[in-house]
Write a protein that binds this ligand. Structure first.
Ligand code: ADP
Ligand code: G6P
Length: 726
C-alpha cells in the first residue's frame, strides 16, 4: 500500500513541560484536530515539530519512543530557530498578513533566515524518510518553502501542499518582502490546495502577476513544470460528532453541564485565543444583545470556551488581557444574584465535554474576523442529531461558503450579530431542523476522509498528466532522429503556426513582429531543396503579407479563411459572408466595456475578443460568460467559435486550419511532414496529418500532437537543426 507522509509544523501531539516534567498532549487547532482521526486510519507517518527544543527531546528517550509508536517523527529544531521561525516569521509575519491584519505584520530578515533554515531542516528529515512511491503531503504556512526544497532533493516525488489559512488577495500578498520566494517554494509542489475557490484564485493571480507564469483553468505552467491549484474545503470526522447521542460519556458530561447551567438557554463560543477570531467584538455584540433584549436576561448564558494559543506573542498577550477585562465588565454590568451572563473557560477540553457543550448549546456564535475554514462551525452542526440548534457564522470564515443555511453575519457589525442572536433564540424548531438537515447532508458527504482522498487522488492524477507530458517531450535524441528523417527526405512539408510557436506572446498582438533572426531562419528553410514551408496563422492577411510577403512560402490567414500559395495571390477556400459582424460586434463591445484591458480585433471574416492584458481570473470568467452568451447567436448565423490562447474568435463555420493544411498535405506524396502549433486552433492541423507526420505542440497540455516542446525558443532551435543538417 502507498505510504503517506504528512508534514506539518506541529505534530498531532505536543510535548509540554509542566513543573520540569514533560507530558504528551493532543495539539490544538484545526489542522491537528481535523487530520488526527483520519491519519490513524491510513498507513501514514507524521513528520513535525514536537513542541520542545532539540536538546530536551534527545534526552527524553521514552518520550521519543512514544512519539515513534504513534508514527510521529519529530524534526529537531534549536530553541533560537523556534523563536524566530514559529514565534517570528510564522506568527508575527505570515499569520497576521494572510488574515488581513497587515498592521500587525513584522518584517525581519532574522525571521526570514530562520524560516529558510527550518524549512531546510524539514527537507532533510523528510528526504531521509521518504521512499520513491510515497505521497508527501505538506501542510500550512510554516512550510511554504518545503515543496521546492524537496523537489530539488527528490525531483520525481509526489508532493502536495495544503494551506489551512486564507491565501490573501494580491494587494495584501504583495506586501511581503519575500513574496517571490514563497510563491516559488509553493510551486515546487505538484498540487497546491486551499479551502475555497477565492483563496485558489488569489494564489493563481499572484503567481501570474508576480512571476509572470501562464495561468489557466487552475493550472500554472511554471518554467517547465505544470502545477495544479484547486479548492478542497476541509471536512470533519462527521461520524464521531454525529454519534454523540449514543455516547454515554458525552451524555454524562451533558447532564453535568446542564445541572450547572440551570434551565438557561446556551450560546456557545469556542476558539483558540486569537485576534482573528473576533472574540472581543463578539463579547461586545453579546452585551449589546442583552441591552436590546432585556427579556433574555437571566434566561441565556454565553459559554465562552477559549484555548490558550501562542502565548508568547505580544498581540496574543494583549488579547488575553482584553478578553479577561471584557468578560469582567459584561458580568459586572449585567449579572444578577444567581445569574452570570458569561461563563468563561480558558483551557483546552477533551472530546467528551467539548462534544457535550456542542450538543447542549442552543446557538453557536462563530464570528471570526477572518478564518481559513473554521471547523468549530462544522463540528457544532454535526452534533445536532435532532436537528435543533442554530449556527451564527461569519461571512469571512471559509466555512460560510459551505454552510449558507446558517445565519450569516458580518463580524464587524455588532448590531447585526445582536439581531442574529435574537433571531436564533426565537427561530421555530421546524426552521432550525430544515436548515441543519441541509448542512448536515453536505458535511456528511464531504467529511475529512473524502477531503483527504480527493486531495491525494487529484495529486496522483496531476502526476499522471505530468508523466504523459514528459513522455511526449521531444527529447534531444528524438530531435536528432527528426533531423535525420528530414535530411533523408525527398519532399518535405513544414506547417508552422506563428504566435506562441515561432514567437512568444506579447501583450499587444501588433508587437509580436518577427525579428531578423527568425526571418533569416525562415528564408534558409525555404531555400532548402524540395521543401515547402507554410505559415498557418490566425492573423489577418495584411499582417502576414507585410511580414512574410517577400519569402518564398505559403501563407494561411485567419485560421484558414485566406490562402496564398507560393508566388500567387490571396484566395478564399469558399465564398464567405461578413454580414453577421454587426450583430456580433455589439455583443463583443459590451464585453470590452465590462472587462478592462480587453479589446476587439477585426479581420475580414472574423471578429476576435482578446483578453491577454486583463486580470487573469476576470478574463477567464468573462470568456466563459461570452462563450455562453454567443452560443445561440452563432448557431443561427452559421458561425463557429474558436477559443485560442487568451482569445475568443467568431468566424464562419467550416473554416479551420486543418482544412487549409489539407490543401498542401493532399497535393503531394510527402515523405516528411512537420507541424508545429501551440493552441486549440492548431489541433485541427494536427488531426489532419497522416500518422507518420511529426506533430509537435509547443507548450505543455493535452493535444492530438505526438510530441511536445516547452517554448517557442525550443521550436526555433529545432528548425535551426534542420537548416544545419542540409
Ligand atoms: P483554528 O484551526 O484556527 O484553531 P478551527 O475552528 O478550524 O480553528 O479548529 C479548532 C479546533 O480546535 C476544532 O477542531 C475544535 O474542536 C478544537 N477546539 C477549539 N477549542 C477547543 C477547546 N477549548 N478544547 C478543545 N478543543 C478545542
Ligand atoms: C491553525 C493553523 C495550524 C496551527 C493551529 C494551532 O489552525 O492553521 O497550522 O497548528 O492554528 O496553532 P499553533 O500555533 O498552536 O500550532
Amino acid at each position: 500500500m502507498q505510504r503517506l507522509l504528512i508534514v506539518s509544523n506541529r505534530l498531532p501531539v505536543t510535548i509540554q513541560e509542566k513543573k520540569s516534567e514533560l507530558h504528551i498532549e493532543p495539539s490544538v487547532g484545526g489542522l491537528a484536530t481535523g487530520l488526527r482521526s483520519w491519519y490513524k486510519s491510513s498507513p501514514s507517518i507524521w513528520i513535525g515539530w514536537a513542541g520542545i527544543g532539540r536538546k530536551k527531546i534527545k534526552r527524553e528517550k521514552d518520550i521519543m519512543a512514544r512519539l515513534l509508536a504513534e508514527n510521529c517523527h519529530p524534526v529537531p529544531l534549536s530553541q533560537p530557530d523556534v523563536e524566530a521561525h514559529y514565534y517570528g516569521m510564522c506568527n508575527r509575519t505570515i499569520w497576521p498578513l494572510f488574515h488581513y491584519f497587515p498592521l500587525y505584520a513584522e518584517y525581519s530578515e532574522d525571521f526570514w533566515r530562520a524560516y529558510e533554515r527550518v524549512n531546510t531542516a524539514f527537507a532533510n528529515v523528510v528526504a531521509g524518510i521518504a521512499k520513491p512511491n510515497d505521497i508527501i503531503w505538506i501542510h500550512d504556512y510554516h512550510l511554504m518553502l518545503l515543496p521546492k526544497l524537496l523537489r530539488e532533493k527528490l525531483p520525481k516525488a509526489k508532493v502536495g501542499f495544503f494551506l489551512h489559512i486564507p491565501f490573501p488577495s494580491f494587494e495584501i500578498f504583495r506586501l511581503l518582502p519575500w513574496r517571490q520566494q514563497i510563491l516559488d517554494g509553493l510551486l515546487g509542489a505538484d498540487l497546491v490546495g486551499f479551502h475555497t475557490y477565492d483563496y485558489t484564485g488569489h494564489f493563481l493571480d499572484s503567481a501570474h502577476r508576480l512571476l509572470g507564469y501562464e495561468v489557466a483553468m487552475g493550472q500554472v505552467t511554471a518554467a517547465d513544470r505544470l502545477v495544479k491549484a484547486d479548492a478542497f474545503p476541509m471536512g470533519i470526522n462527521y461520524d464521531q460528532f454525529s454519534n454523540v447521542d449514543q455516547d454515554p460519556q458525552v451524555q454524562a458530561e451533558r447532564k453535568r453541564f446542564r445541572r450547572k447551567l440551570g434551565d438557561c438557554r446556551v450560546i456557545l463560543s469556542v476558539d483558540r485565543l486569537d485576534y482573528t477570531k473576533g472574540i472581543t467584538q463578539r463579547l461586545e455584540a453579546f452585551s449589546l444583545f442583552l441591552d436590546r433584549n432585556p427579556k433574555f436576561k437571566r434566561r441565556v448564558i454565553l459559554v465562552l470556551l477559549v484555548v490558550p494559543s501562542r502565548t508568547r506573542v505580544e498581540h496574543y498577550i494583549q488579547l488575553k488581557k482584553q478578553v479577561d477585562g471584557l468578560v469582567g465588565e459584561i458580568n459586572g454590568k449585567h449579572s444578577t444574584i444567581g445569574w452570570m451572563p458569561v461563563w468563561y473557560l480558558y483551557r483546552s477540553l477533551p472530546f467528551h465535554p467539548l462534544a457535550a457543550l456542542y450538543s447542549l448549546a442552543d446557538v453557536a456564535l462563530v464570528t471570526p474576523l477572518r478564518d481559513g475554514m473554521n471547523l468549530v462551525a462544522k463540528e457544532y452542526t454535526a452534533t445536532k442529531v435532532d436537528g435543533k440548534g442554530i449556527l451564527i457564522l461569519s461571512e469571512t470564515a471559509g466555512a460560510a461558503q459551505e454552510l449558507g443555511e446558517a445565519i450569516i453575519i458580518n463580524p464587524n457589525n455588532q448590531e447585526e450579530i445582536a439581531e442574529a442572536l435574537a433571531k436564533a433564540l426565537e427561530m421555530p424548531e421546524k426552521e432550525q431542523i430544515e436548515r441543519n438537515r441541509v448542512m448536515q447532508k453536505r458535511l456528511h458527504r464531504y467529511d475529512v476522509t473524502r477531503w483527504a482522498n480527493e486531495f491525494t487522488d487529484r495529486l496522483l492524477a496531476t502526476k499522471k498528466i505530468q508523466h504523459e507530458m514528459v513522455e511526449k517531450a521531444l527529447t534531444p535524441e528524438m530531435q536528432g532522429k527528426l533531423a535525420r528523417d528530414f535530411q533523408k527526405s525527398n519532399k518535405a512539408l513544414l506547417l508552422l503556426d506563428y504566435d506562441g510557436t515561432l514567437v512568444p506572446f506579447s501583450p499587444k498582438p501588433a508587437e509580436a513582429v518577427p525579428g531578423v533572426r527568425l526571418l533569416g531562419l525562415l528564408e534558409k528553410l525555404t531555400n532548402i531543396h524540395r521543401t515547402q514551408v507554410v505559415i498557418i496563422s490566425g492573423r489577418d492577411k495584411g499582417t502576414l503579407e507585410g511580414w512574410f510577403g517577400n519569402l518564398n512560402l505559403g501563407l494561411v490567414a485567419e485560421h484558414g479563411v485566406w490562402i496564398k500559395e507560393k508566388g500567387k495571390g490571396w484566395e478564399t477556400i469558399e465564398t464567405l459572408t461578413s454580414d453577421w459582424k454587426k450583430e456580433v460586434r455589439s455583443i463583443l463591445e459590451s464585453w470590452v466595456d465590462r472587462t478592462p484591458g480587453s479589446f476587439i480585433e477585426e479581420k475580414e471574416f472574423s471578429l476576435v475578443w482578446h483578453y491577454r492584458k486583463t486580470n487573469p481570473r476576470l478574463g477567464e470568467l468573462r470568456a466563459r460568460e461570452l462563450i455562453n452568451n454567443l452560443s445561440n447567436t452563432i448557431a443561427s448565423l452559421n458561425l463557429q467559435l474558436l477559443e485560442g490562447n487568451k482569445v475568443v474568435e467568431v468566424k464562419n463555420a467550416g473554416i479551420n486550419k486543418g482544412r487549409a493544411a489539407l490543401r498542401w498535405i493532399s497535393r503531394e506524396k510527402w515523405d516528411f511532414i512537420l507541424a508545429l502549433g501551440d493552441d486549440w486552433t492548431d489541433e485541427d492541423t494536427f488531426k489532419a496529418l497522416p500518422t507518420t507526420a511529426w506533430s509537435i505542440k509547443v507548450r505543455f497540455g493535452t493535444s492530438a500532437a505526438r510530441f511536445s516542446l516547452s517554448s517557442p525558443s525550443k521550436a526555433t532551435s529545432l528548425l535551426r537543426k534542420l537548416v544545419r543538417g542540409r
